[in-house]
Design a protein around this ligand. Sequence first.
Ligand SMILES: *Cc1c(COP(=O)(O)O)cnc(C)c1O
Length: 365
Amino acid sequence: MTSLSDLPLRANLVGKQPYGAPQDPVPVSLNVNENTHPLPEAVVADIAASLAEAVRGVNRYPDRDFLELRAALAGYLGQELPGELRLTAEQVWAANGSNEVLQQVLQAFGGPGRTLLSFTPTYSMYPLLADGTDTGWIPVPRPDDYVLTPDLVTAALREHRPDIVILCGPNNPTGTSLDLGVVQAAYEAFDGILLVDEAYHEFDAARASATTLLPGRPRLLVSRTMSKAFAFAGVRLGYLAADPAVIDALRLVRLPYHLSALTQAAATAAIRHSGEMLATVADIRAQRDRLAAALTELGYLVHPSGANFLLVGGFADPAAAFEALRARGILIRNLGVPGHLRLTAGTETETTILIDAIADLGSVG
Ligand SMILES: *Cc1c(COP(=O)(O)O)cnc(C)c1O
């Protein structure tokens, strides 16, 4: 049998591991930050009706520029903007998950001889996307409390002069919120592409979005996803707001018809019901805060989080604690941060099961 090392793989992929969060069928699956609440039945019915209609047209290629969906996404993002700020369909782009959006950004603005910088620990896909596009990866460590400041970010960008910077806010896996002052300082500190990854923004609703900073900043990109708060991970729909010229650049690298007619129909229907789709966010935040209080009470170190998960320190043996929870049918995430595990807030029942299991951990906890 041929092994990977026998193949003429690109040098920068040799020895690398694929993205690999386990996909075990366990009763309490909390390891990829999904919204674990079911969709409301009325919304399911309307999406299904839109899909049935779309299926009738699948003998033809879909709308390559998916203008109806982009207008719907622009309308959704526009609801959060103050006063006369508006977004148009020309300022919005989408792909199969925000991972694909990020890949297109790296294809257009990264590549051989160029670099991507971010502040670690952060989303594990950034270095993989850099490898896949032959972009150099520059990880800059966060301070002990994981909080970015204008001074820290400015110094790193002046030192490394990257071509692309990603600021993740709230940051995965630490949960740390991102101040817009940091985004403004980063934009001014270099000449490259600044992408703010707002995958968890809806859980941090008190905070203004980086979309409010778009006017006058043509190198600022803000990405979002329907995979988390929107409870739509299986559909694969991520999106981005930026200057129309950025969207023109992404069109150069996207595959023709990359968003299927079914994806477009499902996502457009879901946005029609955004209020209902997001109705569980308040409960998820409440479960996150209950989990934080319970773990603090048990003596763990809980880092402040604006997302639907917590990075929790104080595990004597995180790998053993991970396995002990898995043996009880609970899947969480060990991201290799020493002494830490990432715990996602689920439904009230799931969160109670998780709290009880951690309380029972004993010496590994
Ligand atoms: C989950 C996540 C995404 C979303 O990925 P999709 O491809 O949209 O499912 C993007 N960024 C971060 C930081 C995430 O945690």
